[in-house]
Design a protein around this ligand. Structure first.
Ligand SMILES: [Zn+2]
Length: 76
């Protein structure tokens, strides 16, 4: 079952226009357009995930640096 990339509604094939039409928002896309639409969304999600992973990684590095410098400070 195809899902609408815009509203996640059900999409049905319309043989007249040879496209997938969303029952909820009326979005009409050709099969390959729908595929590339989903591909784009997936890539954007991966990008978002990468960014939050990078933020987490930076925070971890900062914490390591912070605790390290604290230890060093205590030594003196
Ligand atoms: Zn829709």
């Amino acid at each position: 079952m195809a899902r609408c990339p815009e509203c996640a509604g059900k999409m049905t094939y319309n043989p007249g226009t040879k496209s997938m039409v969303c029952n909820s928002c009326g979005l009409s896309l050709k099969r390959h357009e729908l595929d590339s639409y989903w591909k784009k969304i997936k890539e954007e999600n991966i990008k978002d995930l990468d960014q939050s992973e990078q933020k987490k990684q930076r925070r971890k590095e900062w914490l390591e640096w912070y605790s390290k410098s604290k230890e060093e400070k205590e030594r003196y």
